[in-house]
Design a protein around this ligand. Structure first.
Ligand code: NFE
Ligand code: MG
Length: 569
């Protein structure tokens, strides 16, 4: 007989996620992923000025703080055929890069690392040994025995006080933790350092967009003015601040993040064969170098990999996207078993239970607030792994270089990418690429300024009386967690319909009417669970996707207040 495990809430993520898993003979045989929160953003947007949508959608989430603004303004620009000035594109790209570097580093250290790093074990480390290891993998200066000794003392004080704070309620001592105490101490030290660093990099958002989280954007360009000599503009002092933040980020990524991922990975090679899940990968691509309408110019290429075929990238067609609600707490006017293209999308809430308090969801019926997106009827994994695979198979040298380099260092074949470990490695590797590209965008922006190309805003269509009576558009981007799209229908200068299809909706959604699993559920099937009271393994695979349920349901918890809580930290 199978045991049903419930993990609710899954913590160290954004938003409210519940996982129910059937475990038989120590392995997961079926899984159910449920978003237990609903907020109704798509409903809130109806009837509003399309030029305001970015400010509302951006507040879907405080983790991916910029990406919904970008998808939104692009959707409106697509509908109204607005071209933005080249320097505005570069500023958008720089904000994109800053978002990725912060989000990925925070995910690795603060949301994912403690699945692999045992904080309590770090107390028994020899700081001199940790220092030796640290110096052998990186020139990062904070690596002396004294430094690691001081970190260890700090953690000891935490533990002695009986108040572990952010480190409380974990599965410390679980047999699935494999790192020696010295590497655990390294991980804890860098957890604390990353916390300091991440608040610096987002100053780039404050410089160009006024603040973080939720910097300002504008339909038609960017709401900042460049004048290198003007005190209230983006002047030479602010631009050199951006440059130095990019340099510090590059050092942190190259000397801390990547070496740590490579130092931890060899202890967990079994996770290179666990958690692969789906075999289809989708990337919308992003970081235009010749305008948003020329996807071939994107640094992250657009495309689809089907059936893990590493010889072909299939072309993405936006008309083949559909969202299903057969297993979601919604209803469609046209019947619950047929998919709908987001341009015809509907958001009609329809909670069918169970009523709290309850033990299990009604997994045979509707069980999530997430809709289920499909491309050409197929489930897709989105995110860093999808982007790296599409870049790799597209034959882009930069992608091949970093991927092949890491594979050679770990002495493993490319197939290890299709796994929990592969997903976590792909995120680190793309951070390296993004850091490299950020300097190209910065230099190009400086060259534009030299040539007098400082325009930031195209006001041609600002006046709504110039708009057609009806228009529709799509805004595509790659959020840190994957392919993100916003669909807008404009009628008489107002939003007639607005649909968000976000990365965690692709990955965390419930089954479709054919019973096909989405990425989380598929990745969990086959995962071993050593101790059903402490399902660390579930958390590892789910965290490898970097869940954000706030984004995914964009909809308020009335019904999910009852929590069957496992001791997850
Ligand atoms: Ni709230 Fe998000 C990202 C978006 S959801 S984090 O990245 O879009 O997956
Ligand atoms: Mg939606």
């Amino acid at each position: 007989m199978a045991n049903r495990i419930v993990v609710d809430p899954v913590t160290r993520i954004e938003g409210h996620l519940r996982i129910e898993a059937e475990v038989k003979d120590g392995k997961i045989v079926e899984a159910y992923s449920s978003g237990t929160m609903v907020r109704g953003l798509e409903i809130i947007l109806k009837g509003r000025d399309p030029r305001d949508a970015w400010a509302i959608t951006e507040r879907v989430c405080g983790v991916c703080t910029t990406v919904h603004a970008l998808a939104s303004i692009r959707a409106v620009e697509d509908a109204l055929k607005i071209k933005i000035p080249p320097s505005a594109e570069l500023v958008r790209n720089l904000m994109f890069c800053a978002q990725y570097m912060q989000d990925h580093v925070v995910h690795f250290y603060h949301l994912h690392a403690l699945d692999w790093v045992d904080v309590v074990s770090a107390l028994s480390a020899n700081p001199a040994e940790t220092s030796k290891i640290a110096r052998s993998i990186s020139p990062w200066p904070k690596s002396s025995p004294k430094y690691f000794g001081a970190i260890q003392d700090r953690v000891k004080k935490f533990v002695a006080s009986g108040q572990l704070g952010i480190f409380s309620n974990a599965y410390w001592g679980h047999p699935a933790y494999k790192l020696p105490p010295e590497i655990n101490l390294l991980g804890v030290a860098h957890y604390l350092e990353a916390l300091e660093w991440q608040k610096e990099i987002v100053k780039i958002h404050a410089i160009f967009g006024g603040k973080n989280p939720h910097p300002n954007y504008v339909v038609g360009g960017m709401p900042c003015s460049i004048n290198i000599e003007e005190v209230n503009s983006i002047n030479i002092e602010r631009l050199s601040h951006v440059k130095s933040l990019l340099q510090e980020a590059k050092t942190f990524v190259e000397q801390v993040y990547i070496p740590d991922v490579l130092a931890v990975a060899p202890y967990y090679t079994d996770w290179a064969a666990i958690g692969g899940g789906l075999s289809n990968y989708l990337s919308f691509g992003d970081l235009p170098t010749n305008g948003y309408n020329d996807p071939l110019s994107f640094k992250f290429p657009r495309g689809i990999i089907l059936d893990r075929n590493l010889n072909e990238v299939v072309e993405f067609d936006v008309n083949k996207v559909e969202e299903y609600i057969a297993r979601s707490w919604y209803t469609y006017g046209t019947g619950d078993n047929k998919g709908k293209h987001p341009w015809e999308g509907e958001t009609n809430l329809n909670y069918t239970g169970p009523q709290p308090p309850y033990e299990f969801l009604n997994v045979e019926g509707k069980y999530s607030w997430l809709k289920t997106p499909r491309w050409d009827g197929k489930p897709m994994e989105v995110g860093p792994l999808a982007r790296m695979l599409v870049g790799y198979v597209s034959g882009r040298e930069e992608f091949q270089e970093v991927v092949n380099g890491a594979l050679a260092k770990l002495n493993v074949p490319a197939t290890v990418l299709f796994s929990t470990l592969g997903r976590t490695a792909a995120r680190a590797l793309e951070t390296q690429l993004v850091s490299n590209w950020s300097f190209e965008f910065f230099d190009q922006l400086m060259a534009n300024i030299k040539n007098g190309e400082t325009r930031m805003f195209n006001n041609e269509k600002w006046d709504p009386t110039t708009w057609p009576a009806t228009a529709k558009g799509v805004g595509l981007t790659e959020a840190p967690r994957g392919a993100l799209s916003h669909y807008i229908n404009i009628k008489n200068q107002r939003i007639d319909n607005y649909q968000l299809v976000v990365p965690s909706t692709w990955n965390a959604s419930p089954k479709d009417p054919q019973g096909q699993r989405s990425a989380y559920e598929e990745a969990l099937v086959g995962t071993p669970v050593a101790n059903i009271e402490q399902p660390l393994e579930i958390i590892r695979t789910i965290h490898s996707f970097d869940p954000c349920l706030a984004c995914a349901v964009h909809l308020y918890d009335e019904n999910g207040s009852y929590v069957h809580q496992l001791n997850t930290f």
